[in-house]
Write a protein that binds this ligand. Sequence first.
Ligand code: GTP
Ligand code: MG
Length: 244
Amino acid sequence: RKHVFKITTGSAELDKILGGGIESMAITEAFGEFRTGKTQLSHTLSITAQLPDESKGYSGGKVIYVDSENTFRPERLRPIAARFNLEDECALENVLYTRSFNSEHQMELLDMVAGLFHQEAGIFKLLIIDSAIALFRVDFSGRGELADRQQKLAQYMARLQRLSEEFNVAVFITNQMTSDPGATMSFQADPKKPVGGNIMAHASTTRISLRKGRAETRIAKIYDSPDMPEAEAMFAITNGGVTD
Ligand code: GTP
Ligand code: MG
């Protein structure tokens, strides 16, 4: 039987509301406005996934990072690696990086991902897609294309879920926000929602909403979870990555 593991986010507070961290055999989605820390969280997880945790029987391992927005900065990984006492060259080598250029390409990349997971069984622990949805929005932006987009997105998310289960890896994806036109008519406190509607809501195992706090601080909240309390966690973005 496969043993579920959890990867630390670098913030004990955030780990706490996640029940220990980013879980394997599941999809964790982080969404929020620009600069809320989605990409910085992705960078931090690229390093923390490599950290073995003997007390939990976690060996640590390699990461695949799919970047649709060209915001991955390998140099950013160095100070994060240093914080966790990892040799930085080695830590960088353990992160396999690829850009995705359109939604079809992003889908095809999952063949490559599956191939690597298969070749080096048990070596890869984390798959990051930052952002999972941006290219689908671009490619299906026309009038009347929403249904197509949602269908493709559903296929994409289903494949991510299968990969996470088949190879026991954690999948971490980021998502954007949209203003909900209906909400402006009502008196909702938060009119903004994650993109992708029901498809994303059902496909993600755990959803984290992010918002800005003071200065470097950010506030995370578990969104719409049936079995987790709606607790908030405050974390900070530093040179060493995400921390309390
Ligand atoms: P979008 O992709 O634009 O939607 O935003 P995002 O949610 O991915 O935000 P991102 O993770 O890029 O967070 C950007 C924030 O991280 C900014 O406020 C930066 O100031 C901060 N940040 C990035 N790098 C560093 C760093 O090396 N040190 C510190 N202290 N902060 C950093
Ligand atoms: Mg980003």
